[in-house]
Design a protein around this ligand. Structure first.
Ligand code: 6PG
Length: 230
């Protein structure tokens, strides 16, 4: 599991700088930056800082979402809403640069629709699978990442890229990238702030597969952990 592990007391600043570095590399190499955003609370200050620095040609950045709750886009639970408020609106990101998962419609339909959208883009790029330049991931207290929760069906998926995944602990559906899609990324970065349990981090970093995050392993890319310390 390991990868590069960065411990920092400047979590937001260092995470933001890391994203900008990855962006500039992708833009230099391919004139595009394909970035998948993580949801939850951890990335919010990082997205705000990214908008504040705003040094990117947003029309060459294409935002996707690693997962979404099955709620409307203006719901307080929506990952899209969090990104819209903290990054898209403040940085004036054009709508054409954003692929929103439609959490407000039937979950299976939304997952299939999103996967088709990525499929069209990968076909245009003559790729067998859509490769993100960078996928940002969080870590839940149960070791989930994206919406790949312990003991849920999506963990076993080996071909689909995006699934609707029922999460019993919430008695609700989620939309999520699968491991096949995540692991195709050029770079994957876990963002874990200082609130995360060190015991959990140790187990995941040691590769304990009872925690879904430990199954993240880029096929032909890099893995970085940015861990906040107090
Ligand atoms: C989500 C996220 C999820 C998140 C973790 C950590 O939709 O909730 O994508 O995987 O990253 O649950 O959440 P926090 O950052 O709020 O601790």
């Amino acid at each position: 599991m390991q990868g590069e592990v960065i411990h920092t007391c400047n979590f937001v600043a260092d995470a933001t700088e890391f994203i900008l570095q990855q962006a500039n590399r992708a833009l230099a190499e391919r004139d595009q930056f394909r970035l998948a955003l993580s949801g939850g609370n951890t990335p919010r200050p990082i997205y705000r800082e990214l908008a504040r620095k705003c040094r990117l040609p947003w029309d060459k950045v294409f935002f996707t979402f690693g997962d979404e709750r099955c709620v409307p886009p203006d719901d307080e639970q929506s990952n899209y809403r969090m990104a819209r408020e903290s990054l898209f609106e403040p940085a004036d990101v054009p709508a054409k640069s954003i692929a929103r998962m439609r959490g407000e419609i039937d979950p299976q339909t939304a997952a299939e629709e999103y996967e088709r959208q990525l499929g069209r883009l990968s076909t245009q790029g003559q790729e067998a699978i859509y490769r993100h330049d960078l996928i940002l991931l969080g870590l839940g207290d149960d070791g989930h990442t994206a919406s790949l929760f312990p003991s849920t069906t999506a963990l076993r998926e080996e071909t689909r890229w995006v699934l609707a995944n029922f999460v019993p602990k919430f008695n609700s559906w989620r939309l999520t990238f699968t491991f096949p899609l995540i692991n195709q990324a050029r770079h994957i970065c876990f963002l874990a702030n200082a609130n995360k349990s060190n015991a959990l981090l140790d187990k995941v970093l040691a590769g304990d597969k009872s925690y879904p995050a430990a199954t993240v392993k880029p096929v032909d890319g890099n893995l970085t952990w940015i861990i906040g310390t107090t």
